[in-house]
Design a protein around this ligand. Structure first.
Ligand code: NAP
Length: 526
């Protein structure tokens, strides 16, 4: 099944002479499969195909688009066994983790299919004309979101299923009506190929042209840059490092026709802890934090990487409890040697450059708590507030809870932030902190951790730079569809020329904002 080629529509392509392979993170052994680096010609063909079918997908009815999403999900589910088997080898994740991520991915195909069918993401709006209005007649105005065109998605290393070739960005882009060219992450090319083939089978089941999807593989940055710079690419979705995201943002904005890049990058997701919660149960809190930090071996963008605690006996009790848990913990393999090296280098830098006191597991690459005083934090805040991807957390001992506001002012954009406190603490003193967090965080959690993301309407997985490249959108949750379709206003367009979503009779029966009020009324109900 794994041929190591590019999937360009329904064609397997192996033009490139350069090849690469992957290592099993658990054993370091070379895995079967030899993967060809994509060539410039292959990138070009994939995007030409996507462009050739962009209108087919753009003007497909929402029912047909929903069916496409549903059928791809069914097809991916049918290949579950092979995909999970390869994913286990390529990631070194425990089988429960891979199983849960697979379930999540299948759930995403289903909920997005339903969302597309409901038509909410079209955001249809109608303002009727008023020819008698004085001093000027009012025109008939109708708007809806229309697919942007071909989208390039970069698969994430840390979610090889739910954020990769069969994951959220791909599902939402196809659901919004955009052809997709995916750049598979080079850490799991076999998983990517199996998923890519399953996606293509689903497209065939829906009777649609296979050119609406291609999978490009490669380890050379040139491949990714060529995809982002290609004239037919209309938008980019990315999850990964700040360095990678920034390179794509710069490439996209330096095009003659700049395009949006929706990059989800690093975050330290600060945790502000009021003292009484630790007085009540420092050990319980330490256990909960550890569970969140070590989820996926810390290779989560929502991993709590910074914890701010008032100095004193409660903080000491927490450190003792956390140190005890850490010293009994093992280490999971990192997804690839690059992530492992960056982790060790980042942790070593906290010790040598920032004089942090390290509490760590006896094993290399295990969880770390890096403790710093308030003075050290102020002196080295830039380095201490940078993501060290993995199960690492910086503990900042601040003088008192009033210093939370000062720390909050120094934080760059974040995906998430939490406040932990007793009921009394929350009602008496947390309000100013809640206000401060709204300036930089995309999601604020009370007495919980940002790991674990619901696929819901109100979910926001985004935040100001450097957490993402675009704080106005979310990469997860149902609103993720909005990235791939732009509003178009139809002024005084005759009924027979209007898209169905905007026709007066509402033949699709979708929810629309009519004269400022939500309505689902169809002609028979008017
Ligand atoms: P990455 O280095 O950002 O790579 C992600 C994708 O972007 C890969 O396909 C990579 O392709 C491409 N890319 C990277 N730099 C590029 C550049 N300069 N130009 C063009 N394409 C580029 O992420 P990673 O490999 O997953 O992990 C490395 C680090 O990323 C981690 O240590 C961690 O700090 C961070 N990370 C963050 C998150 C998050 O959710 N915030 C998730 C995963 C990783 P190539 O094959 O060409 O490198």
């Amino acid at each position: 099944m794994i041929r190591g080629c590019q999937l360009i529509g329904d064609r397997d392509s192996q033009q490139g002479t350069e090849t690469f392979h992957t290592l099993a993170p658990a054993s370091g052994e070379r895995l079967p499969g030899c993967f060809h680096e994509a060539t410039g010609d292959e990138v070009n063909t994939a995007l030409e195909l996507a462009e050739a079918h962009a209108d087919t997908l753009r003007f497909l009815s929402i029912l047909e688009r929903a069916r496409l999403v549903e059928l791809i999900g069914d097809s991916v589910e049918r290949s579950r066994h092979q995909i999970e088997e390869r994913c286990l080898l390529e990631t070194g994740y425990p089988s429960e983790r891979v199983g849960m991520e697979f379930e999540r991915m299948i759930h995403l195909w289903k909920v997005f299919a339903n969302e597309v069918r409901l038509g909410h993401s079209l955001d249809a709006r109608i303002d009727h004309s008023d020819p008698d209005r004085q001093p000027m007649p009012k025109p008939d105005l109708r708007s809806m979101r229309v697919a942007v065109g071909s989208v390039v998605v970069f698969g994430a290393s840390n979610f090889p299923l739910a954020l990769s070739v069969g994951g959220s960005d791909v599902i939402s882009a196809l659901g919004a009506g955009c052809p997709v060219v995916v750049k598979g992450h080079p850490s799991h090319p076999g998983t990517s190929e199996l998923l890519g083939r399953a996606v293509l089978r689903g497209i065939q089941d829906a009777g649609l042209p296979s050119g609406i999807f291609s999978l490009i593989q490669g380890r050379a940055h040139e491949v990714g840059l060529a995809l982002a710079k290609h004239p037919f690419t209309r938008a980019v979705g990315f999850t990964g490092s700040l360095r990678g995201g920034r390179a794509l943002m710069d490439a996209a904005s330096s095009r003659p026709d700049p395009i949006p890049v929706y990059a989800e990058m690093g975050s330290v997701n600060p945790q502000f802890v009021f003292p009484e919660i630790l007085t009540a149960d420092a050990e319980g809190f330490a256990k909960q934090l550890f569970a969140s930090v070590t989820m996926g071996n810390g290779q989560f963008c929502t991993c709590p990487g910074v914890i701010v605690v008032p100095d004193g006996a409660d903080c000491d009790a927490f450190v003792r409890a956390y140190q005890k848990i850490i010293s009994n913990s093992g280490a999971m393999p990192f997804l690839n040697p690059g992530i492992a090296e960056a982790y060790e280098a980042g942790v070593a830098d906290w010790r040598t450059s920032c004089q942090a006191k390290l509490h760590r597991s006896p094993q290399r690459s295990g969880p770390v708590l890096a403790e710093v005083s308030w003075e050290m934090f102020l002196a080295h805040r830039k380095a201490l507030l940078e993501e060290v991807f993995g199960p690492s957390t910086v503990l900042i001992r601040c003088p008192n809870p009033d210093a939370f506001l000062e720390a909050a002012k120094m934080l760059p954009g974040q995906l998430g932030a939490s406040i932990h406190g007793t009921k009394d603490e929350l009602t008496s003193v947390a309000k100013p902190l809640l206000a401060a967090l709204q300036r930089f965080a995309g999601r604020i959690v009370i007495n919980g951790f940002p790991t674990g993301i619901e696929t819901a309407y109100a979910m926001q997985h985004g935040g100001p730079y450097p957490a993402t490249s675009d704080p106005l959108h979310t990469s997860l949750g149902l609103a993720a569809l909005a990235r791939w379709a732009r509003p178009v206003c139809f002024q005084n367009v005759p009924e027979e020329l209007l898209p169905d979503a905007l026709k007066e009779a509402n033949p699709l029966g979708i929810r629309r904002l009519v004269e400022g009020e939500w309505s689902e009324a169809t002609r028979s109900e008017l």
